[in-house]
Design a protein around this ligand. Sequence first.
Ligand code: HEM
Ligand code: PLO
Length: 484
Amino acid sequence: SAPPPARTSIPGLPRLPVLGSLPWMGGDVAPHLLFTRLGRRYGPLFALHVGPHYTVVVNSHELAREVLLQRGKDFAGRPSMVTTNLLTRGGKDIAFCDFSPLWKLHRRLVHNSFTLFGEGTSRLQDVVLSAVDDLCVELLSAGGRGFDPSPAVTRAVTNVVCTLVFGATYRHGDAELQEVMRYNDGIVQTITRGGLVDVYPWMKLFPNQTLRKLKECISVRDRLLTRKLEEHKASLSDGDPRDLLDALLKGQTGSGRGQSSPGSEGAGITDDHVLMTAAEAFGAGVETTSTTLLWILAYLLHHPEVQERVQKELDEQVGSERAVSVSDRGRLLYLDCVINEGMRIRPVSPVLIPHTAMTDSSIGGHAVRRGTRVLVNMWSIHHDPQHWDRPDLFNPDRFLDDQGQRVTPSCFLPFGAGPRVCVGESLARLELFLFLSSLLQRMSFRLPDGAAPPNLKGRLGVVLQPLPYKVVVTPRPGWEGGSK
Ligand code: HEM
Ligand code: PLO
């Protein structure tokens, strides 16, 4: 038989001891931009040393599909990182936990709980629509003044997640809601600078102010969530779960909760896991959805013609007599394209959470050793000029074909793919749809007089966020009060 193809090594950057390739990494440039630039020199697949860690960067959608889908199992691991270990009590969550049988079980449990509240059930829709109503009333109360929409949007999205996770809804200004938003913001500010790439693993040797603040925010979070967990344990009944905490508690074993009793489904899912999952659903649910909404609003301010076209579609398909509902989703094609184009042009996670190779494997015919870190650069995939015509242009029509039918190009992967695909995808899509459709049905957004349009470069924290900007909102006919 033919010999196996020769496996060449992956082209790579030079390195020094300790610093790795850092001196060649261009100082302050954000990783997604740096990797895109390096890709032009080294090709779609190249290697570098992030500190001591041998790391492979993937810049093309073909190779990304190989890593995430075809060889998804080989690359389903996660590296251990200082900050995320603190955040998740050493990986008792979903996103930052390394691959293991317990992780698989845990992920399935969370996934099932989400589908429980997921599409089809009117409960989730009710939760989102009630937050939408509050948001519309709040935005329209500004009465023609220019203001930053971010706090109101974040509050609305936080409220949705609070209801799903522990069954609480808060009024505007509620102390507990403020506390949740404050600690979350603190974690976002401190967990990573420059994405989730843990460049300085020796950071823990030099406890600094940032690390102290992170620990403080985590302990505020843990106090609040522990209280919720105890309340839920005390009031847990045999009926349907009221929220995610109930579903997780029920998913632990019926008897001897948290202890491992062999053979039972939830064996090994401890109270720590329940707590970390709730915390993560919060963090992931709030940061990603609110950031995506704010990016789309920022682009609508740059492209008033897109806003008008969405509103025309809404007028024709829904009208102004009733609120939008999930059942309208199939009819609002252009809105769907606007949402996709927003996630393409500004992916909240421009470099995916690092993956690691679970076994010796290969990418594009090149050998990759077990333990190698793999960074998938979604930014370069979503801006690849070979696959996207004028990639820097916000153009929702690229998601429609000649017949006006919706198409999804294979180089569009905003939620990742494979065993590590986002578990919140359907929840996120439902929220994005209901929030945007309702907002644009009820009001129009424009720039304050004389204001420059929003800066579109963004700032990379743990997610890629737009810089603050101001809007003026005016109600559309029939929606002067914000809701019916
Ligand atoms: C993972 C995107 C909303 C929970 C991810 C990943 C991406 C992503 C790119 C990483 C995939 C990888 O590492 O290969 C998004 C976007 C969202 C969104 C664009 C909204 C616009 C949500 C929501 C939740 C959520 C609402 C939950 C409430 C998670 C979790 C993971 C994840 C738990 C880790 C999965 C794993 O490692 O197995 N998401 N997400 N996400 N997402 Fe989302
Ligand atoms: C956001 C701050 C929270 O306090 C903790 C948290 C948990 C899950 C993280 C999320 C943060 C940021 C966005 C992440 C999410 C898991 C999946 C999601 C990284 C750090 C993305 C976009 O991949």
